[in-house]
Write a protein that binds this ligand. Structure first.
Ligand SMILES: [Zn+2]
Length: 440
C-alpha cells in the first residue's frame, strides 16, 4: 500500500476545444471545468434545458455497442471512454465535462486531443485524499465471444492486454503500469480501429456521419487503411488499453490492481467495473458500525419524529446513528416479533416484507433531505424505485442498518438517493429512490 497519502486533483483552469461528433457528424464544443473534492467526473449537457448533468458512474451506463454511453432519465452522453481515459490517467479525479451536444468531439480517434486539453488546463491538488479500490481477491469476467478480464491484487494500477482480430490477425500484447507520463507517451496517441465488415453496415445506414479515415483506422482483410501511417506497430492493443482505462474510470475510485485482458470489449470492461463497484459496496456495508451509538452526531427517536410525520405502525426508523457527510447517513431499525406486519406476512413464518425495507430506506433518505433543506414543512413523495433488490430475508430479532446517500438533488423539487439495508454485515436489500416534494 502507498504510505504517503495521494490527494484528489482537479483542473487548474477551464480549457475547451471544438470538433466533430462521430455519430451525428455535427460540430461540438467540449469544455473542461474544475470541480470540488469527492465530486467525481460529471458530464453537463449545455445544449439542453436546465443543463442536466450525468455522473460518470457505472450505475449510469446505458449501452456498450462500439462505444460507451451513459445517461440519466432520458438524457444521454455517447462515446465517453476516450475523454474519461485522458482525465483519469492524467490524474484528474474531479471535473465537469461540458458539451453542447450528446457526444464529445472525436478528434483523430485517439485521446491525444483530451490530453492536450488537460495539459492546457493544468492539474492541481485538492485537500482530500484519493479514494482507492484495493484488489484483495481475484475478480474475473468472461464472455461467450472469447473475452476474458482478470483483476489481480497489485500495489499499482497495471494493465496487461492482448488483442487479436479475425482469424487472430494483428495479435498484439502490451503490459504496463498506468501513470500520467506513461499514458501520455504510450497510450493517448493510439487511435480507434475498426474492421471494415463491422462499419460497412453502419456507413450504409448513415449511423456514423462523422466517421472517416481522419478519426479511425480501418482494417480490411490484411490491409490497414488510415490517413497517416500507424503511430505504433502495436497501435491496436494500445487503443484497447485506452478503452479499458476509460471504462474502468466509471468505478470512480483509483484501482490498485492488475487488469489482465484478453480481447477486451466495452461490454466486458463495463462488467468488470460493475463487479468492482459491487465489491466496494459490500465492503462499505461490512465497515458499518456494529454497536449502536446514541447522542452526539445522530438523532434519537424524538428527533426523528420531529422530522418525519410517520407514526406507529409506519415509522420504520428507530434512530439515526450517524451522519457521515451532509448527504450520507445511517439509520437503525430493530425488528421485533411485535411488528404488526408479521401477523399476516406470514402466519407461522414471519418474514419482513421487502416493501417495508424500501419504506425504511425512503424514511432515512427523507431525513437527509429535510436536514439539507432545513425545513419540515414539505413532505417527500416517492416517484420511483429503481434497481430494487431483496437479497436475504429479514427476520424477527434482526437489527437493520439503513444506509442512505443522496446522489442528486435537482433544484428544490427532486432528489435521488442510493440506499441499502444491512443485517449482520450482509446487504439484505438495496434500491435507488427518486422523490419529489410537496408542501404539507
Ligand atoms: Zn476507443
Amino acid at each position: 500500500m502507498a504510505s504517503t497519502p495521494e490527494f484528489q486533483q482537479t483542473l487548474a483552469k477551464p480549457a475547451s476545444f471544438s470538433g466533430t461528433a462521430l455519430h451525428t457528424g455535427e460540430k461540438v464544443t467540449l469544455k473542461l471545468q474544475a470541480a470540488p473534492v469527492d465530486h467525481g467526473i460529471k458530464f453537463k449537457r449545455k445544449d439542453l434545458q436546465d443543463e442536466p448533468t450525468i455522473d460518470a458512474k457505472i450505475e449510469n451506463l446505458k449501452t456498450v455497442e462500439r462505444a460507451t454511453t451513459i445517461g440519466e432519465g432520458s438524457v444521454r452522453v455517447h462515446t465517453v471512454e476516450h475523454v474519461l481515459a485522458a482525465l483519469w490517467a492524467m490524474g484528474v479525479d474531479n471535473a465537469v465535462v461540458e458539451m453542447d451536444a450528446n457526444e464529445p468531439p472525436i478528434g483523430d480517434g485517439s485521446a491525444q486531443g483530451y490530453v492536450d486539453l488537460v495539459r492546457q488546463a493544468g492539474v492541481t491538488a485538492q485537500d482530500e485524499p484519493r479514494k482507492f479500490f484495493d484488489v484483495r481477491e481475484t475478480v474475473y469476467v468472461e464472455s461467450k465471444t472469447g473475452t476474458l478480464l482478470i483483476l489481480l491484487p497489485d500495489d499499482k494500477f497495471r494493465i496487461s492486454c492482448t488483442q487479436a482480430g479475425p482469424n487472430n490477425r494483428f495479435a498484439q500484447f502490451l503490459s504496463m503500469e498506468v501513470t500520467p507520463a506513461g499514458f501520455e507517451r504510450e497510450i493517448a496517441p493510439a487511435r480507434t480501429f475498426v474492421y471494415y465488415e463491422d462499419v460497412k453496415p453502419l456507413m450504409d445506414k448513415n449511423l456514423i456521419k462523422g466517421g472517416s479515415l481522419e478519426n479511425a483506422i480501418v482494417v480490411r482483410g490484411e490491409a490497414v487503411l488510415s490517413k497517416e501511417p500507424l503511430r505504433f506497430a502495436d497501435e491496436f492493443v494500445r487503443h484497447k488499453i485506452l478503452d479499458i482505462i476509460g471504462d474502468l474510470a466509471l468505478v470512480g475510485r483509483r484501482i490498485r490492481g492488475h487488469v489482465v485482458a484478453v480481447k477486451p470489449s466495452h461490454a466486458t470492461n463495463a462488467q468488470l467495473a460493475r463487479s468492482i463497484t459491487r465489491e466496494q459496496t459490500r465492503r462499505s456495508a461490512v465497515a458499518a458500525p456494529r454497536t449502536i451509538p446514541s447522542g452526539d452526531g445522530g438523532l434519537d427517536t424524538d428527533q426523528v419524529m420531529q422530522i418525519l410525520p410517520h407514526r406507529f405502525p409506519f415509522l420504520m426508523v428507530d434512530r439515526i446513528i450517524s451522519f457521515e457527510t451532509e448527504t450520507k447517513c445511517v439509520g437503525v431499525k430493530t425488528v421485533t416479533i411485535n411488528e404488526p406486519f408479521f401477523q399476516g406476512h406470514f402466519p407461522g413464518h414471519p418474514v419482513m416484507p421487502g416493501v417495508m425495507q424500501v419504506e425504511a430506506m425512503a424514511q432515512v433518505a427523507s431525513i437527509l433531505l429535510f436536514k439539507l433543506a432545513k425545513t419540515s414543512s414539505r413532505i417527500g413523495y416517492f416517484m420511483s424505485a429503481d434497481e430494487v433488490k431483496f437479497r436475504k430475508p429479514v427476520l424477527p430479532g434482526d437489527t437493520i442498518f439503513i444506509h442512505a446517500e443522496l446522489t442528486k438533488s435537482r433544484g428544490e423539487r427532486l432528489a435521488k438517493a442510493k440506499c441499502h439495508c444491512v443485517v449482520n454485515d450482509a446487504i439484505v436489500s438495496e434500491a435507488e429512490l427518486m422523490f419529489t416534494f410537496l408542501d404539507k
